[in-house]
Design a protein around this ligand. Structure first.
Ligand SMILES: [Zn+2]
Length: 219
């Protein structure tokens, strides 16, 4: 353990602890970290950490250590790219993926799967650009969706294409998360699916949460 001088009675905040856990795990490439491993490299006392978070494993969980090692499917990785892209309003950087407020999957998972962040983005875009954008109805849903050619659910490909077409801006008021990070975008049917509208790019639009709410009140 490194010795550092702290003011008497210095008690690190939860965030300071979490940051140091993450730093040590990252610098040493630990996917899971034992208390002994942390003691060798970390700043704080492991029993203090365990006490603070309940158990050592809970502290690790809180710091997302071990969690990022889980096996994500390509679909999950792409859904998360779309989520971050939608929140930012433009193409996410590798660093954005490590921002816990934006992304649920860290950049490490993408690097493990695709090698480079740029390759992850390329794969994502080619996935979006695959042709079969309209999902055919399956037999179980056919009855309840009588008269429809498409499913109500808007899949990732269609949703992303609509967001791209609309430049990640609300079609009604023009609000954009790129300018105001509090703006939340939704992709919504223009003619509601319940009123016979189809899930096609032409019948979908990007709305901010405020305009989306206003719209459902009117209809
Ligand atoms: Zn709006």
């Amino acid at each position: 353990m490194k010795y550092e001088v702290h003011p008497y009675n210095y008690s690190p905040s939860d965030n300071e602890i979490i940051e140091d856990l993450q730093k040590v795990a990252k610098e040493n490439g630990f996917s899971k970290m034992t208390m002994r491993e942390y003691r060798e490299h970390g700043k704080y006392d492991t029993s203090t950490i365990s006490r603070r978070f309940g158990t050592w494993n809970k502290a690790l969980q809180k710091a997302n250590i071990g969690v990022s090692q889980q096996f994500w499917t390509v679909e999950q990785l792409f859904e998360n790219i779309e989520k971050v892209w939608k929140k930012k309003g433009y193409q996410p950087t590798r660093r954005d993926m490590d921002d816990k407020n934006l992304s649920t999957i860290s950049s490490g998972a993408y690097l493990r799967k695709f090698g480079k962040w740029s390759s992850a983005l390329e794969q994502f875009v080619s996935y979006i650009n695959q042709e079969n954008t309209i999902e055919a109805l399956d037999v179980e849903t056919l009855e309840e969706s009588l008269g429809h050619k498409t499913k109500r659910d808007i899949n990732l490909r269609i949703r992303f294409k609509v967001l791209m077409r609309d430049n990640f801006k609300c079609c009604v008021c023009g609000a954009s998360p790129a300018k105001d990070s509090s703006v939340e975008l939704h992709v919504d049917h223009i003619i509601p699916w319940s009123k016979g509208g189809e899930t096609t790019i032409e019948n979908l639009q990007t709305l901010c949460s405020k305009c989306n709410l206003g719209k459902s009140n009117i209809l």
